[in-house]
Design a protein around this ligand. Structure first.
Ligand SMILES: [Zn+2]
Length: 203
């Protein structure tokens, strides 16, 4: 009979151990739930961070794209302005080039004319100098010649003048009547009392 009691006790103990085990599990359950909750919270936090990061990146990207478009527009504007300037300059260079060619052509023509004129002048000078030498040989009064040359320099052109009235054609002043008389009668050469030019009566 007593053996039966022991068997029952053994059976009871087995059940009590199982109950202990279950109670232990029950006690540990909240810890597990807390762990899981923490993990979920961690994942939520991580997700929130990543979402914020994503939003920030999107804002940054939009800003960069906006800046890029703005810069692109500005550069395109600059390029158009420069192209217009280049075009204007090209036209201007074309016009200047034409103008230069026309002027060079004109210059060549003028140069030919001037070379020709220079030749004519040279020829005239030669023949005038020959005539001058001939006349100089005929002038024997050296004092008069020197006076003539001096007066020509001083008066800037005409030293000797022909008179056909009462006025000196060099200084346009009236000549004294005796001077005119002398000129008319004797065809004498006189000196204008005003401007010192040599005067001779014109027949
Ligand atoms: Zn005079």
């Amino acid at each position: 009979m007593i053996e039966e009691q022991y068997d029952m006790l053994l059976e009871l103990q087995k059940i009590d151990i199982d109950i202990d085990e279950e109670e232990k599990k029950k006690r540990n359950l909240p810890l597990t739930i807390e762990g899981i909750t923490k993990k979920i919270q961690g994942l939520k936090d991580s997700l929130k961070n990543k979402n914020e990061n994503y939003k920030n990146l999107q804002v940054k990207l939009k800003r960069i794209i906006a800046n890029y478009k703005e810069e692109k527009d500005s550069i395109e504007e600059d390029v158009l302005d420069l192209m217009e300037e280049v075009e204007d300059l090209d036209k201007s260079i074309g016009h200047l080039d034409e103008d230069l060619k026309r002027k060079e052509k004109e210059f060549r023509k003028r140069k030919e004319e001037m070379d020709l004129a220079s030749l004519v002048i040279e020829k005239n000078m030669n023949s005038l100098n020959i005539k001058r030498e001939e006349i100089l040989n005929k002038i024997t009064d050296n004092r008069l010649l020197k006076e003539y040359e001096h007066l020509r320099k001083e008066k800037g052109g005409k030293a000797i003048m022909e008179v056909d009235g009462s006025i000196c054609p060099g200084c346009y002043l009236d000549l004294p009547s005796d001077a005119i008389y002398q000129l008319k009668k004797n065809r004498k050469i006189i000196i204008c009392p005003n401007c010192s030019r040599i005067l001779i009566w014109k027949d």
